[in-house]
Design a protein around this ligand. Structure first.
Ligand code: CUA
Length: 168
């Protein structure tokens, strides 16, 4: 016959190794949440935001994607509308002065592409039916090539272009 107190004791006993791993797991979790919070608040690091849903079949017929390219909002702020379509980016070239803040709106007209802008942290999937938004500030002059980094068929390697950041 086992008494109630005995079984409670058996259940509340934790192996020392298990206890260590519980502490390690919770510590890692707390550190990761802290790192995420610091990255987003202190350093302003953002994940790509799905801006909105569109119909990929008609996305270039009207609205901002009917004329892909740069919009000057004034005060060093720009918007860039970019469309991926096998096997091209439209536009292939964007020019802005150094110090500009550019908000990219990117979508695909057909299959899934990947838009990666060198020397920045802009690296997103380009999904038909979805507009992705990422904001980048260009602090240094130079050429920032962009490529498709999601295999999209035989012409995949030709999907490239560049952002040119010019001196003032
Ligand atoms: Cu588009 Cu690879």
């Amino acid at each position: 016959m086992t008494s109630g107190t005995q079984s409670v004791k058996e259940h509340s006993w934790i192996d020392p190794y298990e206890k260590i791993w519980i502490i390690v797991s919770i510590t890692v979790l707390v550190l990761m949440v802290a790192a995420l919070t610091i990255a987003s608040i202190a350093f302003g690091i953002q994940v790509p935001v799905p801006e909105k849903r569109v119909d990929p079949r008609v996305v270039t017929e009207s609205g901002p994607f009917s004329e892909p390219g740069l919009r000057d909002l004034g005060g060093g702020k720009y918007e860039a509308y970019i469309v991926g379509q096998t096997w091209n980016w439209s536009p292939k070239e964007i020019r802005v002065p150094v110090g500009s803040t550019v908000t990219f709106f990117i979508t695909s007209k057909d299959v899934q592409h990947g838009f990666m802008l060198w020397n920045t942290n802009l690296n997103i999937m380009t999904i038909p039916g979805q507009v992705s938004r990422v904001t980048i500030t260009f602090e240094e002059t130079g050429e920032y090539p962009f490529v498709c980094n999601e295999y999209c068929g035989i012409g995949h390697h030709t999907m490239a272009g560049k952002v040119i950041v010019e001196g003032r």
